[in-house]
Write a protein that binds this ligand. Structure first.
Ligand SMILES: O=C(O)CCC(=O)C(=O)O
Ligand SMILES: [Fe+2]
Length: 320
């Protein structure tokens, strides 16, 4: 179906007065909850990451993807989707590199050493300077969502579960023959899927391509230089027993320009089983999903069965 001119909601987080128990906090938390319930996403205006950091991280992302394939594949993990992803026959323009367990600072250094064997402190500082304000936003959003549900007593427990992944993504648009804009031809950058984690924060190098599905319609998403797209994933959908939506999204792009995007994903720690708190389960709201664990879910979505139905893989894995 063709994409439409509908936009996802925009929410402003740049006001320094945004503190709990203020009128601004109260009105923003309602906007957050409504957006994640209806769209499963919003554009967050957030200027806590200085321009030079944002520009620096995209410059270095370009540099990393220019390394030969044999270097990039050294970023390997036994956990699916936590290493180098690329060379996918039906997605020839897509490649990505993941820094796993970002909260363990040694992992940023280990990643840097793959590309710069003598280390690259500038790279490590950039990743930290880019991620730290987003970790704060992740906490603000989780507080707001749980306050909306009257579950303030679960905030610390939810925040203690945090396991973050950082991903550089590259869509090789420049390898496509030009003329697409005139002919309005878009290519598949990434297939439709839902994210399995709690919250995802996406930024891009001003080359658009992200599309979000709402009731069967594809909405084009523009991400500005001081904004991020925030998506709620399947973990939050399950934890809230279906109150939050986890939208199907994909990437469609024109040729000519390369698209670079960065994702910061908040997951729960490996080994922890995600389960809706008892306060959200009753006769009117029966439990929708079996408790599940992040690695099991990731293994399922990357298995033959998961690939066969990417939009519904989560429900197939643990739906009741
Ligand atoms: O590149 C993007 O904008 C989205 C990527 C994405 O959806 C993902 O990595 O899960
Ligand atoms: Fe995604």
């Amino acid at each position: 179906m063709a994409s439409t001119k509908v936009k996802i909601p925009t929410i402003d987080f740049s006001n320094l007065e945004l503190k709990p128990n203020t009128p601004l906090w109260e009105s923003t938390k309602v906007q957050v909850f409504e957006a994640l319930k209806e769209y499963g996403c919003f554009e967050a205006i957030y200027d806590k990451i200085p321009n030079e950091i944002r520009e620096g991280i995209f410059d270095i992302s370009k540099e990393i993807f220019e390394f030969p394939l044999e270097t990039k594949v050294k970023n390997y993990s036994e956990i699916p989707l936590e290493g180098y992803i690329g060379m996918i026959p039906h997605l020839p323009f897509y490649e990505s590199l993941c820094i796993r367990d970002l909260l363990n600072p040694r992992n940023v250094e280990t990643f840097a050493n793959i590309f710069w064997p003598h280390g690259n402190p500038e790279f490590c500082n950039l990743v930290k300077a880019y991620s730290n304000p987003l970790l704060e936003l992740d906490e603000v959003l989780k507080r707001m969502i749980l306050e909306n549900l009257g579950l303030e007593n679960h905030i610390d427990e939810l925040l203690d579960l945090n396991y973050m992944k950082f991903r550089f993504t590259h869509y090789k648009g420049s390898s496509i023959i030009s003329g697409d804009h005139e002919n309005n031809i878009k290519h598949n950058g990434l297939d439709g899927h839902t994210d399995g984690n709690f919250l995802t924060f996406i930024s891009e190098n001003q080359v658009n391509g992200l599309q979000i599905n709402k009731n069967g319609e594809w909405i084009d998403v523009n991400i500005s230089p001081n904004s991020f797209v925030v998506l709620s994933g399947d973990s939050f959908k399950a934890w809230t027993n279906g109150r939050l939506h986890s939208p199907v999204h994909k990437v469609k792009m024109f040729g000519e320009s390369d698209r670079f995007s960065i994702q910061l994903f908040s997951f729960s720690k490996p080994g922890h089983f995600v389960k809706a708190p008892k306060e959200l389960v009753d006769e009117e709201h029966p439990l929708l999903f079996k408790p599940f664990e992040m690695i099991g879910l990731t293994e399922y979505v990357t298995s033959q069965a998961g690939y066969a139905a990417p939009n519904d893989a989560f429900k197939a894995y643990c739906g009741l």
